[in-house]
Write a protein that binds this ligand. Structure first.
Ligand SMILES: Nc1ncnc2c1ncn2[C@@H]1O[C@H](COP(=O)(O)OP(=O)(O)OP(=O)(O)O)[C@@H](O)[C@H]1O
Length: 282
């Protein structure tokens, strides 16, 4: 991981998502100090507001918070799964970081997503097409990025399945016939198929048995070390954050209440909400 002020990979400023019809007081009347993300005047919901951070190449950033705190919203906005209400984000490998990617056309967003990002969802059905084989799912991602050579695609799919410890013999089998842990491994293969510099992981082990969770987390850690991909890891579970991340953002009611080195947050949380989360780990 290399880190200096100009060397960011992803820069996010004031990212905001509001559902409903907010008024000028909505952002000011919601958040941790009101213990609510619902505007009392308009009933609009502030899923996240004023989220700003830099992510550095090869760095793993955790986003932690209880259910409804806005964690998934942040990554879904950055992966273009939903439209922002406000804010901007720049990705260095796209136009040398000079263009706000959230304001780009849908076509440009598709290009960025297919070539420069990967996403692993909690539910494998969100990241995989269950009508395709596991190899077909990986091929889909490669084809969307402009690779059409069948032999190369099959070779790459087989390498990726190997890397993620899915038996290559199952390349022509559908993920619907796989265990939950194996479905997540195929999803990870697909997400990293184009060697993206940035990978989002949204509660990827939450639905899995504990023993399977540990193996998937080990795999993610190994891939991160081997490939040096920067990651944003969303989890409500601080033990996942502890295992995977260098730096952490703690969210509550759609806002960042604390951010810093993961070790520091775990050892000496400053905000009372982080203290509560950490105490639940002990
Ligand atoms: N389509 C929607 N319409 C209205 N509110 C929504 C919608 N989607 C999400 N929200 C609200 O936005 C807030 C943030 O949701 P988000 O899914 O980002 O939280 P989270 O921290 O990821 O929690 P979880 O892990 O339970 O998904 C929540 O209050 C949620 O109810």
């Amino acid at each position: 991981m290399s880190r200096n002020a100009d060397n960011w990979l992803l820069r996010v400023t004031n990212l905001t998502k509001i559902y409903g019809e907010p008024n000028e007081n909505t952002v000011d009347q919601t958040g941790p100090k009101f213990n609510s993300n619902i505007c009392p005047e308009t009933d609009s919901i502030v899923a996240c507001a004023d989220i700003s951070f830099d992510l550095y190449p090869g760095e793993v950033l955790g986003i932690v918070g209880e259910s409804g705190s806005g964690k998934s919203t942040v990554v879904k906005l950055l992966y273009f799964d939903m439209e922002k209400t406000g804010g901007a984000a720049w990705l260095k490998p796209y136009a040398d970081g000079s263009i706000d990617m959230l304001s780009e056309s849908n076509q440009k967003k598709r290009f960025i997503r297919n070539n420069l990002m990967g996403m692993v969802y909690q539910n494998p059905r969100d990241g995989l097409n269950f009508n395709f084989t596991s190899g077909g799912n990986i091929a889909e991602k490669l084809i969307m990025a402009g690779n059409y050579h069948v032999g190369e695609i099959r070779g790459r799919a087989s390498d990726l399945l190997n890397k993620t410890e899915v038996p290559v013999l199952r390349m022509d089998d559908r993920p619907a016939n796989f265990s939950g842990g194996m479905q997540q491994r195929v999803q990870i293969s697909k997400a990293i198929a184009n060697n993206p510099p940035l990978l989002f992981l949204d509660e990827v082990t939450t639905g899995l048995d504990v023993s399977v969770q540990a193996k998937v987390l080990d795999l993610i850690r190994e891939l991160q070390q081997d490939l040096g991909i920067a990651m944003i890891v969303v989890s409500h579970d601080l033990s996942v954050i502890r295992m995977l991340t260098d730096r952490t953002i703690v969210m509550k009611n759609g806002r960042i209440v604390e951010s810093g080195l993961t070790d520091q947050i775990l050892q000496d949380p400053q905000h009372e909400y982080s203290q509560l989360l950490v105490s639940s780990l002990l």
